[in-house]
Design a protein around this ligand. Structure first.
Ligand SMILES: *Cc1c(COP(=O)(O)O)cnc(C)c1O
Length: 366
């Protein structure tokens, strides 16, 4: 794939590395450039890196009306050798294609996605955060661009990649455990729907439930399946819990759960988690009734969420629609949860041995 570079002049773009003490926040900053590519007549064309700018879009662009819009979220890290490494980026590229299939959108060769993202990271080296725990958040996305009011898959699309230098999610260590609302009032996904896709519309549909959670003093929603019997996920994180016997349990992936790459990674680190934390990762179908009984009895000792943004979040409390309240352990941040977060972060930062090909160095092209 040939990429056309239309870069800002040296005077117009960042000319020195980000200072270590820059307060980055999460997802707030943009870099100087964006990668764009168009899909027309069955082909991906016009791969280009251009200044970050507003997009040209027809008012009738189908993404705006009928929601053919998907995205990914990944991270790259600056290692001690001063090189940039992406973490399991190929998994994100594969998942973008799975989302594309669910939304009847075209796939984009994984190698082309990787080339696009690596080229952009290479151009934006000076934007790479340098503080410990900080990262470059990578946001690939694809949306329908046909100017059409009829409901059908669009013929044209844009694939884009933008970057956001981001600070450590827990700059001062995990500060508090979350309170989740377990509700029967709202559902994130139904079988046969789009729950397993990283689709923009899934997030739009979650906002009302999130607002409801906030109004009852909860941080986020823990969704149940449509029959209100099984525990699913947290909307932007997969859920997990840890039992007294050291099982780390993640709900079985169904077509109503987004297959978190963090969860999948944890599930494949069996030996490491056993030897370091005495944890055995497993997947199970989890009945909400049993889950709450086990929280109450103390059989479940810790709980939390997995996702790229935070790596792990700790959950200390659950509330139900009727106001009933359940506390996990003493309600504080779980000890193993915190160690797990630390270990996984060090793996990403190159301070712990990672499995082959999880970390890939960004080539210097320019
Ligand atoms: C992105 C996302 C996650 C987390 O997945 P990771 O690959 O670990 O970042 C979990 N649930 C939903 C609904 C998501 O969109």
């Amino acid at each position: 794939m040939n990429i056309d570079y239309q870069l800002l002049s040296p005077q117009q773009r960042r000319s020195e590395p980000l200072a270590k003490d820059t307060d980055l926040g999460f997802g707030l900053l943009r870099t100087d450039h964006i990668f764009l590519m168009d899909y027309q007549n069955g082909e991906w064309i016009n791969a280009r890196i251009v200044p970050y700018q507003n997009l040209q879009l027809a008012p009738g662009a189908m993404a705006l009306h009928y929601g053919q819009s998907i995205f990914e979220g990944a991270k790259a890290f600056l290692h001690q050798d001063n090189e940039i490494y992406t973490f399991r980026l190929d998994k994100n590229c594969e998942r973008l294609n799975q989302s594309a299939e669910i939304l009847s959108m075209p796939s984009l060769d994984v190698d082309m996605q990787l080339q696009a993202i690596n080229a952009l990271l290479d151009v934006e080296r000076l934007w790479m955060p340098t503080a410990t725990g900080a990262s470059m958040y990578i946001r690939p996305f694809m949306f329908a661009t046909d100017d059409s009011l009829s409901v059908k898959p669009s013929n044209s699309y844009t694939f884009a990649v933008m970057l956001s230098p981001s600070g450590a999610y827990y700059a001062k260590g995990m500060s508090k455990s979350l309170k989740l609302l377990i509700t029967q009032q709202y559902h994130r996904a139904v079988s046969g729907g789009t729950g397993a896709a990283k689709a923009a519309g899934n997030y739009a549909a979650s906002l009302r439930a999130q607002q409801h959670a906030s109004s009852v003093g909860a941080d986020q929603v823990l969704y149940l399946d449509a029959s209100n019997q099984y525990l699913e996920e947290v909307g932007a994180m997969n859920h997990f819990h840890i039992t007294r016997s050291g099982e780390l349990v993640i709900p079985e992936f169904t077509d109503t759960i987004l297959k978190s790459i963090t969860s999948q990674s944890i599930l494949s680190l069996t030996n490491e988690l056993k030897s370091l934390l005495d944890l055995t990762p497993v997947q199970k179908k989890i009945s909400i009734k049993q889950f709450l009984a086990d929280v109450q009895s103390g059989e479940i000792t810790e709980a939390g969420g997995f996702g790229t943004a935070a790596v792990t979040a700790s959950v200390g409390h659950y509330i139900l629609d009727n106001g009933e309240h359940y506390t996990v352990g003493n309600g504080e941040i779980g000890e193993k949860t915190q160690k797990l977060c630390q270990y996984y972060s060090e793996l990403q930062q190159g301070k712990q041995a990672a499995p082959n090909n999880w970390l890939v160095r960004v080539e210097r092209i320019n």
